[in-house]
Write a new protein. Structure first.
Lengths: 177, 177
């Protein structure tokens, strides 16, 4: 039976601050069928496309990204916060609401000829996802597809990613912020 | 073809400090066949056992745990560092080399009748794994199986877990520290 995935996402009002509706995906992944069906719904449209790797953004993107990598039978690229990866890395800064953050990947695991699918739990303003796409592309790999469990379309991130020639697939959309 | 998984783990000597051989599993997961085969090797002995959930420990345990949950078709319980989960949680302290840390899970997603498989990338002294087993058992769920990609048997963690009536499955063992 196909579940209503949206109904499995818990909404916590006024978190982390007043006026924000926090969309909590843990209730979805902790549900045995919910996790399976959400991974399959992300993987299915990306089969037979020649995807060689799934990249997932720390930490919730690891959960969905690793699941999708297993469903597609490909390798998994962890996109981590600064200083968490050993070995040779490349990094990319991106702006936060207050300040700057950095994500890193290994420098030498993908390159020209590889096709990467970026996966994260949620896209809002898109700052992290756009930084991740740019970072992955610096290796020479192509990154033309990204998938998210939740899209908050009013925050414009998906639109910005499409402007970077990334096709977006999302399972659930919540209007508003 | 069955890969030699051990040969896909990169060893970084004297990291994070002199005398420690750091076992880096990213080279294993970034290898398309390596990730797939390591997940299948963890999942296979745990099929047809009535496992209802896989619990993975933040952050590398998310990668393996989510993959195994998808391979087994069950839900995924994130065991997170303090303050990372929203909603009602329960927590467990455990000793570090210097100081104390805390892990948390949601209070209400598993209970009596559930059978949880704990998954992490590596078991060394076992402090975090033993804390996770104790925390998961406080819900009433049974936690009689744990799986690790790497065991460092000389550090004694696997032995301590077995003394807590947890059967251990690991893919790779490295002697020494």
């Amino acid at each position: 039976m196909q579940l209503n995935l949206q109904s499995l996402v818990r909404t916590i009002p006024d978190y982390p601050r007043k006026g924000v509706m926090f969309r909590d995906i843990t209730t979805l992944i902790e549900h045995p069928e919910g996790f399976k069906q959400s991974i399959e719904a992300i993987a299915a449209p990306h089969r037979n496309m020649g995807i060689t790797h799934v990249a997932g953004i720390e930490a919730r993107g690891f959960i969905f990204g690793a699941g999708v990598a297993i469903a597609l039978g490909v390798g998994f690229i962890p996109v981590r916060k600064k200083g968490k990866l050993t070995g040779e890395t490349i990094g990319q800064n991106y702006a936060l609401e207050y300040g700057v953050d950095t994500i890193e990947i290994h420098a030498d695991v993908i390159g020209p000829g590889d096709k990467v699918l970026l996966v994260d739990d949620l896209i809002a303003t898109g700052g992290t996802a756009i930084a991740a796409v740019g970072l992955l592309r610096r290796t020479g790999a192509s990154v033309n597809h990204a998938a998210f469990v939740i899209d908050l379309p009013d925050l414009g991130g998906a639109e910005k990613l499409r402007a970077e020639n990334v096709a977006i697939h999302s399972l659930i959309a919540f209007e508003g912020h």
